[in-house]
Design a protein around this ligand. Structure first.
Ligand SMILES: NC(=O)c1ccc[n+]([C@@H]2O[C@H](COP(=O)([O-])OP(=O)(O)OC[C@H]3O[C@@H](n4cnc5c(N)ncnc54)[C@H](OP(=O)(O)O)[C@@H]3O)[C@@H](O)[C@H]2O)c1
Length: 321
């Protein structure tokens, strides 16, 4: 079957389309004939090599979320999965391929009304946004800033905060046009990447959901209200500087909290419950599904080039067929 591998860490050109044997499901796994593959910021980090310490190595087929039809199951695995249209999390990789393996606990049936392409903009990101806000102990009436809001995690965090009764939902983004799109999903204030640019925005927030991290993260601790919580759900700009702790302690009298959040710490049954509810909401049009562009699997390099050039709002979806 056709797949995309990381031939060499670095830029998008390190990705290569190759022919590999189709994978075979083991016990507790299904094999999915892939229709749609979600391309996210984490795939760019994987390709670059910056996640090598976490097991994302050269030679890996990247991609962690796909949707399609189950065509086989491992031994002692419920055969009623066969023929079902599903969304599936493929783990560390394996997603950029015509066929992909997933553990049954990470497979969710697609409801009528939710396309395969739509599901791969939501399945991974929606859970991160939901549980990231929960990790931040967000409650109705509080103000929220989403930093790096133009990706699928950010878009869903904005929408869920607004739906959850936030008193204000500010976003950071690099363009006014993106700001307008973010207003459509619930943003009330649009800031530039430094957190400035709207004099009517609250001076500080109860909760910051940060997809970016990187060298400027400590500046955003100053944008927390007393008892404010900043939760880093991503690190698109790399790790924060080593003096992050100093910046936190400099705000000692504000009783601030800094936390990281990974969906890996959410029990699989809870992830499934939230995903299933979010898929139903999306099928009814109650959750936004932002597909930037659908491209053939053969164009994986182009998809990553577009991410690198900062062109992507929401998600690019790759399609094998
Ligand atoms: N917590 C978890 O369990 C979990 C799960 C999956 C992925 N992740 C993490 O989530 C991140 C990817 O999320 P995503 O796919 O939603 O994001 P994304 O689409 O890669 O990026 C979101 C936005 O961030 C802004 N941005 C990019 N580089 C920036 C920089 N250097 N400084 C400031 N802003 C920048 C860009 O918007 P503008 O140009 O408009 O500013 C971009 O559109 C990765 O770090 C990944 O590891 C976490």
């Amino acid at each position: 079957m056709k797949a995309v591998v990381i031939k060499a860490f670095g830029g998008p050109e390190g990705l290569s389309v190759v022919d590999v044997p189709a994978p075979e499901p083991s016990a507790g796994e299904v094999l999915v004939a892939v229709e749609s593959i979600g391309v996210g910021g984490v795939d760019a980090l994987t390709r670059s090599g910056s996640l090598a310490a976490w097991g994302f190595r050269e030679g890996l087929v990247p991609g962690s979320e796909v949707a399609g039809t189950v065509i086989a199951v491992g031994h002692e695995t419920d055969s009623s999965w066969i023929g079902q249209r599903v969304w599936a999390f493929t783990g560390l990789g394996g997603g950029y391929a015509e066929q992909a393996i997933a553990a049954v606990e990470d497979v969710v049936p697609l409801p009528t009304g939710l396309s395969a392409a739509g599901s791969v903009t939501l399945g991974g990101s929606g859970v991160v946004a939901h549980f990231g806000l929960k990790h931040a102990r967000f409650s109705s009436g509080e103000s929220v800033l989403v930093r790096g809001a133009a990706g699928s995690i950010g878009i869903l965090a904005v929408h869920l905060a607004a739906q959850g009764g936030a008193s204000a939902v500010a976003v950071t983004t690099s363009s006014a046009a993106r700001g307008e799109l973010l207003r459509e999903v619930g943003a009330t204030h649009v800031l530039d990447r430094s957190g400035a640019g709207d004099d009517t925005a609250p001076p500080a927030y109860d909760v910051i959901i940060d997809v970016v991290a990187g060298p400027h993260l400590p500046m955003f601790l100053d944008k927390l209200r007393p008892n404010g919580r900043l939760v880093a759900v991503g690190a698109i700009a790399g790790p924060p500087p080593v003096d992050l702790g100093t910046a936190l302690m400099a705000n000692f009298r504000k009783s601030l909290s800094f936390a990281t959040f990974s969906a890996d710490t959410v029990p699989p049954a809870e992830r499934r419950t939230v995903r299933t509810a979010q898929f139903a909401a999306a099928a009814d049009g109650r959750l936004p599904l932002v597909i930037h562009e659908q491209l053939p699997l053969d164009d994986a390099v182009l998809a990553h080039q577009k991410m690198q050039d900062g062109e992507v709002f929401g998600r690019i979806v790759l399609e094998p067929a």
